[in-house]
Design a protein around this ligand. Structure first.
Ligand code: ADP
Ligand code: MG
Ligand code: ZN
Length: 491
């Protein structure tokens, strides 16, 4: 088995191969209760408190399908442009593991809830559609804990709170061609799930989990290479790193005359390597058969239509609209659709001020900075969108300079007052009295004879120095463009 092949490929070797990647993503559905029983579907409860005979797999306990889980599954399917089957079938996937008390997982096999969808991603070569082969519903397993207890050297513990939590498994076509594309795909999928209200996709809570199938083939050839499945990639960074390592490992192996074996591997972030978990020979035979305790799942046309009508605008469409309707740059549209709350906030500001560009700059600039610095999110932002819009209007009308407005926003954060209230209390307003401004300009010129000489000798960059001095003297209340104009005249 052991070849003396180098672990990683050289850039020249890598260039000869094309990676082929398909992702299997598990999304935990944000229902109130589990998929086949009434136990709470919640994270963080004391171990083994959210359990009942159904999810514990007691003999004779019967599952009842949670309609809310099906509805979220359908929403997920529609968000990914899938066709929803009117009739799908649950199946038993049999295997033994301590966190699976029933001895089988209830999943869907040959008749999944939905098929034939796609996710659009941005690549260096432009936009590209990644096929979604299928989306099916299943129940989650519990969690084994192998460390963290006093006697963890001898025992493992099992928490069954998660057992029976509702999952949608989303299987992509092998359409991804790099680790970066896989990263994009997962990002886009996560965003679609959040917009559609399917799941918060919190990776730290395990609400979004990903397995990556990776193979490589010689550039110019058709036939796919043998794939390796990397399981349990629980962060975006690890997904990218694990795929990159795996591509390199496979290319190095092939270039050294070896062959890739079909197997399941795990990623070790500390070593930045994947290692073998089990080979094909050790793979489970799941002995799938139709679940005898559940009827086939039938989705009526009416229900499907009702859900379709309640679907919100998806991030990709929203991005396109922001570019077309508001004239935003692609990049800004991307940033501002980073969450539905952020997009709604931005549109609230646009509505209040009528200037989408200014709204985009304020929201993705000063506001985003303050939110981060002060530990707020858009949802808990102390400045509602109408108030930020009002601040922008004050700048538009010349009552505030941009500089003053930038000073006022943090005060609005701190006091939760309107811009106008703060302006009035602190006597902040743009200087409209030109006589007063002229006096200050004259004074600054008189006080800086050396710089005046430099300017007159042709060193025009000194103008910025003068503008700065005047702004300082007016406490930022003058309009810098007007100051520069006035200075030019006087100098
Ligand atoms: P399996 O039967 O081993 O589960 P599937 O055909 O069901 O394999 O595919 C599982 C996942 O692997 C899918 O996401 C699919 O896109 C991906 N996949 C299939 N073949 C390859 C390949 N040769 N290279 C990379 N990914 C692949
Ligand atoms: Mg599979
Ligand atoms: Zn239960």
């Amino acid at each position: 088995m052991s070849t003396a092949a180098p672990l990683l490929a050289t850039p020249e070797q890598l260039a000869l191969y094309e990676p082929v990647i398909g992702l299997e993503v598990h999304v935990q559905l944000g229902t109130r209760t589990k998929i086949f029983c009434a136990c709470p579907n919640e994270f963080g409860a004391a171990p083994n408190t959210n359990v009942c005979p159904v999810c514990l797999g007691m003999p004779g306990a019967l599952p009842v399908l949670n309609r809310a889980a099906v509805e979220l599954g359908i929403r997920a399917a529609l968000a990914l442009h899938c066709e929803v089957r009117r009739r799908s079938v649950f199946a038993r996937k049999n295997y033994f593991y301590p966190d699976l008390p029933k001895g089988y997982q209830i999943s869907q096999y040959d008749q999944p809830l939905a098929e034939h969808g796609w996710v659009e991603i941005g690549t260096a070569q432009g936009r590209k559609r990644i096929g979604v082969r299928r989306l099916h519903l299943e129940d989650d397993a519990g969690k084994s804990t192998h460390e963290g207890y006093r006697d963890s050297d001898r025992y493992s513990y099992v928490d069954l709170n998660r057992t029976g939590a509702p999952l949608a498994e989303i299987v992509s076509e092998p359409d991804l061609r790099s680790a970066a594309e896989a990263y994009e795909y997962l990002t886009e999928l996560k965003l679609a799930m959040q917009f559609a209200g399917v799941s918060n996709c919190d990776m730290e809570k395990g609400n979004l989990r990903c397995d990556a199938n990776v193979s490589v083939r010689r550039r110019g050839t058709e036939q796919f290479g043998t794939k390796v499945e990397i399981k349990n990639l629980n962060s975006f960074r690890f997904l990218r790193q694990a795929i990159e390592f795996e591509i390199s490992r496979q290319v190095a192996l092939l270039e050294a005359g070896g062959t890739v074996v079909q197997e399941t591997r795990l990623y070790n972030p500390d070593l930045d390597e994947t290692f073998s978990m089990r080979s094909k020979e050790e793979a489970h035979d799941y002995r799938y058969f139709p679940e005898p305790d559940l009827l086939p799942l039938v989705v009526s046309d009416e229900w499907l239509e009702e859900i379709r009508r309640s679907m919100p605008e998806m991030p990709a469409e929203m991005r396109r609209r922001f570019v077309e309707q508001y004239g935003l740059r692609e990049y800004d549209a991307q940033v501002l659709t980073g969450s539905r709350e952020l997009a709604d906030y931005f549109e609230g500001v646009v509505k209040a001020c009528g200037d989408p560009r200014a709204a985009a700059n304020w929201v993705s600039g000063d506001l985003a900075g303050l939110l981060k610095a002060e530990g707020f999110t858009v949802e808990t932002c102390p400045v509602p969108p109408e108030r930020l819009g009002e601040l922008i209007v004050l700048v538009q009308k010349g009552e505030l300079t941009g500089k003053l407005a930038k000073e006022i926003l943090p005060k609005m954060f701190a006091t939760r007052e309107s811009a106008r209230t703060i302006m009035e209390r602190e006597g902040l307003r743009a200087m409209s009295d030109t006589g007063e401004l002229e006096r200050i300009v004259d004074e600054v010129i008189a006080n800086n004879p050396k710089q005046v000489e430099q300017y007159r000798a042709g060193k025009t960059t000194v103008l910025q120095f003068f503008v700065g001095q005047v702004m300082k003297a007016t406490r930022g209340q003058a309009n810098p463009a007007a100051v520069a104009e006035l200075l030019k005249q006087k100098l």
